[in-house]
Each structure stands twice: as C-alpha cells, then as structure tokens.
Write a protein that binds this ligand. Structure first.
Ligand code: HEM
Length: 206
C-alpha cells in the first residue's frame, strides 16, 4: 500500500481525524475570542461532525453489502476507527458543554433540561461503553455476543438521540430537517441490507 494511503487507515486515520477536529474546534472558539459564543459554536460544530462520523460508521456494513466497491470496502474496514473518531468528536462536545455551563450558567440552564441530561447521559454512557470495547483486547474480553448487542443497541439509541436533538430544533429552524436526511438514510440502508435477498431465498428454497 502506498505510504500516503496508510494515513487514511486504522489508528492513523483516527489520529488524523481526532487532531483535525481538535484543531478546528480551537480555531472556531478562537474566532470568537474564546467567549461563550465561540464555545456554543464548537458544541454545534462537534454535534455535526459527530453526525457525519456516526452515519459513516453505522452504515458501513450495509453499504459494503449493497454496493461492494473499493470505497465501501474502505469504509467497512475502517468503521471501528470512524466510530472511535465519533467518540472523540463527542468528547470535544462534552468539554465545550462544560465550558458553556461554567462561562454562562444562565444561558446554559436555558439551553438544557432534565430530559437532555437523561437522554444525553444515556447517550454518553453508550458512547463510552462502545469506545471502550473498540480495542481487540476489550472486545474479546466481553465476547462477540455481548459486543454485538452493545454496539447494535447503542447504535440505534444514538440514531434516536440525533433524531431528537436535531428534530426538536426544526420548529424554530426548519432547515434543521436536512440533518434528519442522513439519519433516515442510514436506517433505511440497514433495513434494506437486512432484508432477505433473492439469492438467499433461492438458497433457502433449495
Ligand atoms: C448530558 C449530555 C448532553 C448535554 C448536556 C448536551 C448539551 C447540549 C447543548 C447545551 C446544546 C446546544 C448548544 C447551543 O445551543 O449553543 C447541544 C446541542 C446538540 N447536541 Fe448535545 N448534549 C449532550 C449529549 C448529546 C448527545 C449524546 C448527542 C448525540 C448523540 C448530542 C447531540 C446534539 C445535537 C445534534 C445538538 C444540536 C447541534 C446544532 O444546533 O447543530 N448531544 N447539546
């Protein structure tokens, strides 16, 4: 494999994505003099980068099954690293949320509710558990069945969480409906990929 391609594979890909996200977040906050406005921009920025990385990781297997080609094979091969990059993006989301709470407690209280703590908290619990079991050793330790269950339930929960977090903003900002498109597409792709396919039916009939 040519050297430049190795940067877009495995843990190097993760390092590249995580460092880029960190650098961009610092740049965005810096544009507003590290004031609360900039911190809120980082919260929104990382919510959106998280959406992209999550969708790529959660759709990877379905895409590779439905359209096997070099790109979808790359996606499936690297879905673990895209998933851990999603966790890194959400770690920055968490740091920015904390900064928002400290810098502007009144604005923060207005932007959150008990529901955001409960549902967001469950979301973070899944993100931590899924990231922690994304290493060969930890994945083996919990076993293939538990791993599959955790990543499946966690994945669908996060899909739901994104839908709610973006969806609840639609009444005020109708363009937020656009964020639901990739989420619905990922769900549809997974359903289509799961459906019995003609060759499977032939096999079963035979
Ligand atoms: C306890 C956990 C969490 C808290 C306290 C929290 C807090 C916040 C806050 C305060 C904002 C609004 C920022 C602003 O208006 O300036 C926000 C935006 C958002 N959060 Fe989080 N969050 C949490 C977890 C999560 C999780 C787990 C997800 C997704 C899996 C998520 C996805 C989003 C999205 C999609 C937005 C909207 C971004 C936008 O406006 O473009 N959050 N969050």
């Amino acid at each position: 494999m040519p050297t430049h391609q190795k940067w877009f594979e495995g843990w190097r890909l993760f390092a590249l994505l995580a460092l880029t996200l960190l650098a961009m977040s610092i740049w965005i906050a810096g544009m507003r003099g590290f004031e609360v406005d900039g911190v809120r921009m980082v919260i929104r920025f990382t919510a959106r980068t998280s959406l992209l990385l999550f969708c790529l990781a959660f759709a990877a297997a379905a895409l590779a099954l439905l359209w096997p080609n070099a790109w979808t094979r790359w996606l499936r091969r690297n879905r673990r690293y895209l998933g851990v990059s999603f966790a890194a993006s959400h770690a920055i989301h968490a740091v920015a949320i904390l900064a928002f709470a400290v810098m502007d407690p009144i604005g923060y209280a207005a932007a959150t509710s008990i529901a955001s703590y409960i549902f967001g908290g469950i979301g973070y619990a899944f993100i931590v558990a899924m990231a922690a079991t994304s290493f060969d050793r930890t994945a083996t330790a919990i076993g293939a069945r538990a791993w599959r269950r955790l990543h499946l339930v966690g994945g669908y929960y996060l899909l739901f969480q994104f839908m709610v977090s973006f969806g609840k903003r639609i009444p005020d900002m109708p363009l937020y409906a656009l964020f639901l498109i990739p989420l619905v597409a990922v769900f549809a792709l997974r359903m289509i990929a799961m459906a019995p396919r003609p060759q499977n039916q032939t096999l079963r009939a035979g």
